[in-house]
Design a protein around this ligand. Structure first.
Ligand code: CTP
Length: 428
């Protein structure tokens, strides 16, 4: 029984594991049953990288969300009728939680009638068997695998299988999801699912997908390791035309999205998180006529902060480029201050779309020299000199030392040590 708990603990990174423990504690305190479900379990079992964590609670999940929001957990999205929310933990881990529910569908694309349900009914309302697996996080059954539709076998066979004949018609965004998962996981459709997919697309069921559901898909694509692969797969199936009839051929900006994704991988190595959904959306729609861009953003019902960032992206990037090319970045210290305060998205934007030598060279200096230097502050030496860590004085000395090294005022290791000592003595 405990094997799956062991798998969870060993496959998650320490920050993600802490989130599991925190959720467990919050659910236990309220006497609620908690399960880990969906993509995280699929990726755990399939050996794929685990990005976001999905939780289900039997009961009102928002009670847990309210408590967490009081503890510095950011809630970018919440749905009161689904009792569902997305959460961003201070450690950078993203997760979602919702109430276990059953769904009954009427018209295609229209929201289903929902009702509180058990975890097993909740798993059975999902899109594909591989996403309908749960692991209990409850004291009596912690680590127990719940797999009512044998998703485990489908992960092994590398197949996508819907849970019922009407899955694509009930929730047409699953047409998009099927194509995305097939491309990302390199799975194939099992024969019945392939027929359902073909029937659904031949009757243009994809046109019935709601804008909000498609927006959720786009947010997911923006977070893919290779978004271009997902977009190419959707383009091949002519699904992007649902977003805009112009979103094809040279108006589909795959080249820049591909380059942005490569840049984002190197930014991630430097500890900078990018790109965000607004940047992805900016690049995706960049070559569309302005009218189509606005129409699409409206149909998708983008969240206000997303729309604001998307609309201001270009102006903000131009402003940063101007500062970066001018006096605001004319010394190493000024450069560091400017870029350390800039959103990673804008740095990526400049790397992608501002080829000017000076701008590129300054960003390179920041990423390749200044950031590594910042991560190697002489903390141990300072503590050995008797300065208590975490105090304002400690931080001040580290900062003064860092800026002196940045400016080239102290170069060799011996000079740096001597300088540090002098700072400590001066402060006494
Ligand atoms: N789900 C569903 N039908 C949808 C959307 C989501 O059944 N239209 C269920 C699936 O069980 C899915 C879970 O909700 O696994 C979480 O959805 P989401 O976060 O969008 O997908 P993940 O499977 O977690 O995929 P990713 O790895 O891209 O985050």
């Amino acid at each position: 029984m405990s094997d799956y708990l062991f798998l969870i603990e060993s496959r998650l990174n320490p920050e993600q594991w802490q989130v599991v423990l925190r959720m467990q504690k919050a659910a236990e305190a309220r006497g609620m049953n908690l399960y880990m479900v969906g993509g995280a379990i699929r990726d755990l079992i399939g050996g794929f990288p685990i990005e976001d964590l999905d939780f289900v609670v039997e009961g009102n999940a928002l009670k847990i969300v309210r408590e967490l929001s009081r503890q510095k957990v950011h809630i970018p999205w919440q749905n009161d009728s689904l009792r569902a929310a997305e959460m961003e933990f201070p450690s950078g881990v993203s997760a979602s939680v919702c109430m276990a529910r059953s769904e009954t569908y009427g018209k295609p694309g229209a929201p289903p009638v929902i009702a509180p349900a058990t975890i097993v009914s909740d798993l059975k309302r999902r899109d594909f068997t591989i996403n309908a697996i749960g692991v209990s996080l409850n004291p009596q059954s912690r680590g127990l695998l719940l797999d009512p539709t044998n998703g485990l076998a489908d992960i092994e066979k590398k197949e996508l299988r819907t849970l019922n004949n009407y899955s694509f018609l009930d929730d047409p965004v699953r047409i998009f999801r099927a194509v995305r998962f097939r491309a990302r996981l390199r799975f194939s459709f099992e024969p019945k699912t392939a027929t359902q997919y073909q029937n659904a697309t031949e009757s243009d069921a994809q046109e019935m997908a709601s804008g909000e559901a498609v927006a959720h898909e786009l947010r997911r694509i923006a977070r893919e390791r290779t978004p271009v692969e997902a977009l190419k797969a959707l383009e091949k199936e002519k699904l992007l035309l649902v977003l805009s009839p112009c979103l094809r051929d040279s108006r589909l900006n795959l080249q820049e999205i591909g380059r942005a994704s490569k840049i984002s991988h190197s930014l991630a190595k430097a500890g900078l998180l990018a790109p965000s959904f607004p940047l992805f959306f900016y690049l995706l729609t960049r070559k569309l006529p302005a009218r189509d861009q606005t129409r699409l953003a409206k149909w998708l019902k983008l969240r206000k902060p997303e729309t604001d960032l998307w609309r201001r992206m270009e102006a903000n990037a131009k402003r940063l480029a101007k500062q970066l090319g001018g006096k605001a970045a004319s010394t190493p210290t000024k450069l560091y201050h400017l870029l350390a305060a800039a959103p990673a998205d804008l740095i990526l934007f400049l790397q992608l779309l501002f080829p000017q030598k000076k701008i590129q060279a300054r960003i390179k200096l920041f990423l390749q020299k200044q950031l590594p230097l910042r991560s190697r502050l002489p903390e141990q030496e300072l503590q050995e000199m008797g300065v208590a860590s975490g105090t304002p004085r400690y931080q001040k000395i580290l900062d003064t030392h860092f800026y002196a090294v940045l400016e080239g005022k102290v170069r060799t290791r011996t000079e740096q040590k001597k300088f540090l000592k002098s700072l400590v003595q001066k402060g006494k």
